[in-house]
Design a protein around this ligand. Sequence first.
Ligand code: HEC
Length: 100
Amino acid sequence: MKLIFIPVIGLVLSGCAGKSDYSPPADATGEAIFKAACLECHEPKEDGTFFELGKEKATPSAIAETINKGGFTMPAFPNISGDAMKKLSEYVLANSKTAE
Ligand code: HEC
């Protein structure tokens, strides 16, 4: 009986804040990076937007922080930075609904 629980515990420990080793190509657009790294988990809604961002989350720097740090189940993307991060976070913001 004990053995059954070991894989479950392993999954919980490693599932929290995993890391992606995805690296964007130098000339990738924000859209291309999103399609390659994010779309598998973040599909567009019916109106074509990806996120509904609260006021404090709706800035390129807050989005960049989410991407670099990940979330409870979202992996962190430490290799997206600089120009690629700027393009990606602006793409995310342009394709999200934001609170007024
Ligand atoms: C393995 C699935 C997965 C991948 C890949 C992924 N995400 Fe996420 N993302 C999530 C989950 C799940 C959440 C909700 C927070 C949590 O539990 O981690 C989230 C939350 C977010 C949020 C915060 C939304 C809010 O309401 O505040 C943003 C922004 C975001 N992701 C952007 C991205 C971007 C950009 C990428 C690609 C670089 C990406 N995600 C890749 C699963 C993923």
